[in-house]
Design a protein around this ligand. Structure first.
Ligand code: ATP
Ligand code: MG
Length: 647
């Protein structure tokens, strides 16, 4: 079949599962979820074995989701304590600091245990109890993982706020979850620059309605301003406490953490995840999606401030007794070869990153990849946005040398772990497709207007899920009604993802972008991803974002923001060339009406393009850009407004 990538036979033989195994296990998982998940629950250590496996309903408005509801466990004990006997001296976390000349750290499971227990005792000293909320605002340092696990150990609910967020964004989250403690550091080195995190916390708390204690990790040693009271150094507190801290007994349904979504489509939602179901789902997806085997070194480049970092730097890998790499820096510092230098140095076996990083590195040319020994890499992964086939092919050819399966994992903060993804030994891949559902996941394609389930294999519409899976979010913190309304109101009986998709004749899913981003040109509905992929396939283009804007004749016209490759110059001739390129690639209906050169695109701090802001600019409506609190570089927006072409 055209452009189908089969995994190599030796990889299939060594993999946890091949295509027949997948078909069999998948069938059982959806036909007998109780039996399937009851068996899978054995991958965790329970204090009380669950006997009630699944108790879930998507019926509007009485949505209720409970998994393993009479089971009791402790997440930190599952991620640390239970490995001590068999792998106490194995590295749990490899930490690669921002500065290449600083030494990497290898933290064993035994050291991890001591650090987590001490950290947990410090939190107790500060009065933190089961059910209390703790905000974590830290750089990518091992203490971030210690802090998460320390909370889990004593039953506190953590909420991580990405260290790149402003004091305002931090204050909003501290207030929303009524945090008792904020954990931060003096400073956060990233890409050779330092953010004064403690200053940000001070500013945030001036505006906050809460009065949390602040626990400070010493990272840079820089001067910091202490508030008049309530500030504590972690290392000083640790001198006062012992390293014995028995894990709290938690119900499977007790919240493990709150995490705010990226804000691509509006005000961030405080997503609440459970202890039992979430951990189980993070662990099983980590094992199968990345074909993780004992002894492998796993690297997810996300920040722990995103769900990807929660599930695939900390909880999934550590539940599986893995070695997980944590990287403090950025892909382009000291140069665009940093990822590959790090893969070579630590002999990484699975590498997991985002399309935004791949496109950025692709734009710098192949010279930064060549010269590094990437032979240890077996599996490549991507998450966060649809990956353009051009970027997929670059990843496959230049990084993977054509021998590493690429797992394009579709999921959301809300889903806890992968929902649609290839499994390396089981699923032939197609560039740009997230392929097929994970165990227990029942995707459906609905007609956006009539909500009717599209039964035929090849079809298009909105992507929804017909039944619950253990990693599903349980509620929006403090606003259960928003939870029900956002995900279950519009399409009754289903979890609505907010994403559009196409399913091809092989049953493969292709995410076409947010439903809000679908454009209607002369009566033809079009996902923005397709036009963007076509633009990115042109050799001059490194990145593109497409939105609709009001058009007198067509209803909506196609407005494209285009970032050029290094060394390329904008010109009228290039505009014409790109228009012709898309026209011949997709069809006359997709021909761009407007092309605006964009040296940068507005992105969330997690690197996703914020099309809702681009839509406002295209519509000439600059007054109401909506929630911009999670925008990475606000000046990018000013530049685009100032340079908007006349339409
Ligand atoms: P908000 O919900 O606040 O608007 P967000 O949706 O960006 O923010 P996340 O949970 O971080 O918050 O992102 C999930 C979304 O990312 C998915 O709904 C989808 O649009 C996109 N996405 C993630 N992985 C993929 C993928 N592999 N292919 C296509 N799209 C993806
Ligand atoms: Mg979302």
């Amino acid at each position: 079949m055209k452009d189908m990538h089969e995994p190599a036979p030796d990889l299939v033989r060594a993999a946890h599962i091949d295509s027949d195994g997948y078909a069999e296990m998948y069938a059982r998982s959806v036909n007998d979820p109780e039996g399937f998940w009851g068996d899978e629950a054995k991958r965790l250590d329970w204090i009380t074995q669950p006997t009630k496996i699944k108790n879930t309903t998507f019926a509007y408005p009485d949505v209720s989701i409970k998994w393993f509801e009479d089971g009791e466990l402790n997440v930190a004990a599952n991620c640390v304590d239970r490995h001590l006997e068999t792998r106490g001296d194995q590295t749990a976390i490899i930490w690669e600091p921002d500065d290449v000349s600083d030494e990497a750290q290898h933290i064993t499971y035994r050291e991890l245990h001591t650090r987590v227990c001490k950290f947990a005792n410090v939190l107790k000293e500060l009065g933190v109890k089961k059910g209390d909320r703790v905000v974590i605002y830290l750089p990518m340092i091992p203490e971030a993982a210690y802090a998460m696990l320390a909370c889990a150990r004593i039953g506190a609910i953590h909420s991580i706020v990405f260290a790149g967020f402003s004091p305002d964004a931090l204050a909003n989250r501290v207030d929303d979850c009524e945090a008792k403690v904020v954990i931060t550091s003096d400073g956060a080195p990233r890409g050779g620059r330092v953010t004064n995190l403690k200053d940000n916390v001070n500013q945030a708390l001036v505006h906050s309605a809460e009065d949390p204690a602040v626990l400070i990790v010493k990272r840079t040693g820089q001067q910091i301003a202490f508030r008049s009271n309530g500030d504590y150094w972690l290392h000083e507190m640790e001198e006062k406490v012992g390293d014995d801290c028995p894990p709290e007994t938690m119900n499977a349904e007790d919240p493990l953490f709150i995490l705010y979504t990226s804000g691509s489509t509006g005000k961030p939602k405080g997503v609440v995840h459970s202890s039992g179901g979430y951990l189980l789902y993070a662990a099983i997806t980590h094992q199968y999606t990345f074909d993780y085997h004992d002894g492998d070194v796993f690297w997810c480049t996300a920040d722990v401030g995103w769900v990807t970092g929660h599930s695939y730097i900390v909880y999934g890998p550590l539940a599986n007794g893995a070695t997980t790499l944590m990287f403090e820096g950025v892909p382009t510092y000291p140069d665009a070869g940093r990822f590959w230098a790090c893969c070579e140095k630590h002999k990484v076996n699975q590498f997991y990153t985002a399309p935004t990083a791949i496109r950025a590195l692709m734009g710098k040319g192949t010279s930064f990849v060549e010269g590094y020994d990437l032979s240890s890499i077996r599996i490549l992964g991507t998450v966060g946005e649809p990956i353009n086939p051009e970027a997929w092919n670059w990843y496959n050819d230049v990084v993977g040398k054509g021998r590493c399966p690429i797992v394009d994992t579709w999921w959301q903060t809300e889903t806890g772990g992968h929902l649609i993804t290839p499994l390396p030994g089981a699923t032939p891949t197609k560039p740009g497709s997230a392929t097929t559902p994970f165990f227990g996941v029942r995707p459906v394609v609905l007609d956006p207007q009539t909500a009717v389930v599209q039964e035929e294999t090849a079809t298009e519409g909105v992507l929804a899920i017909a039944d619950s899976w253990p990693g599903q979010m349980r509620t929006v913190w403090g606003d259960h009604e928003r939870f029900v309304k956002t995900y279950f109101e519009q399409y009754k009986g289903y979890y609505f993802s907010g994403d559009g998709c196409r399913r091809d004749e092989d049953g493969y899913y292709w995410i076409t972008g947010r439903v809000d981003d679908v454009i209607n040109v002369s009566g033809h509905r079009m996902g923005t991803a397709e036009v963007e992929s076509s633009l990115v396939a042109h050799p001059a283009v490194s990145e593109a974002a497409v939105v609709g804007y009001p058009h007198e004749v067509k209803g909506q016209g196609i407005y494209c923001y285009v970032t050029l490759m290094e060394g390329q110059e904008p010109s009228d001739a290039l505009v014409k060339e790109l228009q012709t390129h898309v026209r011949s690639d997709i069809g006359p209906i997709a021909k761009p009406d407007v092309i605006q050169w964009a040296p940068g695109l507005p992105k969330t701090r997690s690197g996703k393009i914020m099309r809702r802001i681009l839509r406002k600019i295209a519509e000439n409506d600059f007054g109401s850009l909506g929630d911009t609190s999670t925008l990475a570089e606000p000046e990018v927006v000013d530049h685009l407004i100032a340079n908007r072409p006349q339409t």
